[in-house]
Design a protein around this ligand. Sequence first.
Ligand code: DP6
Length: 339
Amino acid sequence: MTTATAKAFPNIAFIKYWGNRENTLRLPMNGSISMNLDGLYTRTTVSFQNSLPFDELIINGHEIIGTGLNRVSYILDIVRGMVDIHEHAEIVSENNFPAGAGIASSASAFAALALAGSKAAGLDLSEPELSRLARRDLSEPELSRLARRGSGSASRSVPGGFVEWQGGTTNEDSFAYSIALAEHWKLMDCIAIVSASHKKTGSTEGHAIAPTSPLQAARVADTPRRLDLCRNAILNKDFDTFASIVELDSDMMHSVMMTSTPALHYWKPTSLAVMNAVRQWRSEGLPACYTVDAGANVHVICLEAESQIVNKRLREINGVEDVLVARAGGPAKIIVNGD
Ligand code: DP6
């Protein structure tokens, strides 16, 4: 039996991934940029055991079968193929934040799985001809590619800090890398929890219907411009430019969602109330901006110096149930002694 444990953070996209050019490999229509979220995490242990007839998946203490298990086995099958092992695995995973509510639990989940699964498989092999492959640490692009095949946004939770996923057109050139370390800019994400319930339409189904919106082609065509603006704003710590492009990008993605067939409306009335309040605060001089993933919760990005006031004001808005606060986080990591 060989075991490895890994921990990964979710991430919040500033320039969003929405729609695939190829669904099985999860090759996106456009590149994206995100920040890892420190303090929120998925911690996953993978143990390959020759006594197991199937992979067994336990998330937050509950056994998962069906689509969730198949998605995990698909990644472990790739790992098993890379090192030619046949054991099934027990996968035990925990999140410390609500899943399925626009906080990209699949990103941290598949980043942690790719890292723990590849490490566990690597240590397991002893055949001489395979030992080179077995002992090899998967380099960051390889891990990012592997995580991407489980969930696109997971490719961005492998490297640390501020991360760009170059969309690419093939399996080889579609991976993510850090554009700046977590310490580079003291940005905070204050996540206004508007609904902690599981969303009705997951991202995977959403990506599949993105091409039905007549707005998707325009959104995709304009992405290189938004990526440049966002990347430069991060590198130059230019909050004003950052705020405008992040809000525009989120609104563009939601416009595509709302005009897809069937239409996807993720915002709730409180989501809109938060977005309006944030715009108002910014016009009064408070550096803060919003972005919303495939859920109702609103991520309010601000500088660390203002995070307490933003947190306090968000809690005063009717319908905001809680506020989670996260600074920029590091890369996915192997956990050795507890942690
Ligand atoms: C709105 O990565 O969750 O959060 O690849 O099907 O798992 P799958 O989709 P996923 O999509 C993320 C969509 C988003 C935007 C983003 O994170 O870039």
